[in-house]
Design a binder for this molecule. Sequence first.
Ligand SMILES: [Zn+2]
Ligand SMILES: [Zn+2]
Length: 322
Amino acid sequence: MTEQALPFWRRWLHAFINWFDTGPLTAPADGTLLPEIADRVEWARILPFIAVHATCLGVIWVGWSPIAVTVAVIAYLVRMFAITGFYHRYFSHRSFKTSRAGQFIFGLLGASAVQRGPLWWAAHHRHHHAHSDKPEDAHSPVQHGFLRSHMGWFLTARGFRPDLRRVRDLMQFPELRWLDRFDILIPVALAVGMFGLGVLLERVAPDLGTSGGQMLVWGFFISTVACYHGTYTINSLSHVFGRQRYRTDDASRNNWLLALITLGEGWHNNHHHFPSSTRQGFYWWEVDITYYLLKVMAWLGIIWDLKPVPVAIRDHSPRRIA
Ligand SMILES: [Zn+2]
Ligand SMILES: [Zn+2]
């Protein structure tokens, strides 16, 4: 009997059971995933992800203070920059160069945003560029709808297993493979550090009105969740809302609001047109805070060889619409 021929209640029952099924993966010998399990949500493995969200409710008990909110905003900005400047523009697209030590520090900073390791992130992202808005694209809102493009895609068996053949250039560094394997250590250290900061401030500056628990909830959990969903808008909303300057054979858009939230990633149609450019806001009025910070790092000699967007590609491309 096929799925369609089943009575509706049994189809719902099947869907419900599949949703919770976290049985062992039966991968074929070549390492690829069976299609029928690849897109199933891995509930047992995503409990920490759910817990990070739920812990934000701790604010009911710990309250707030100006210092805790300030630290949360700083933690958001630093980690959003680490995602856009390092995980995206450095590891995924190699749009500038740095030293080997610099590369590892960029990886550590990126991992503090709790979005897995640099190999995981870059492998999935390169896959996105290779198949943008085609059926194979794991997070295309055009193909799979808002929820899956926003966060459903990385909660599945396929999401947990990036195709590491796409990041052979990064795999040659054992320190990056180590970081990717033990990526969770970095956020745990950050959470402990935030708690310690709160305990310290409570002791030395009680007038600030903060505590270990409060700093943990604001500085780690709330700012992590905000950074999560800010990042996810580029996969979901910026392939739906905004303007297209270039015909890129996908649904990518330029969106100033998303560019502000994500420190420059909202110029996503520009980015799909010329992904190897360090800069994503192609004109002075396209605010790209990540690019400005990377320019400062270049002046300081921390990074170099930032790739520009050639004027011919920016202004005279046959794919230009407006
Ligand atoms: Zn995209
Ligand atoms: Zn990209």
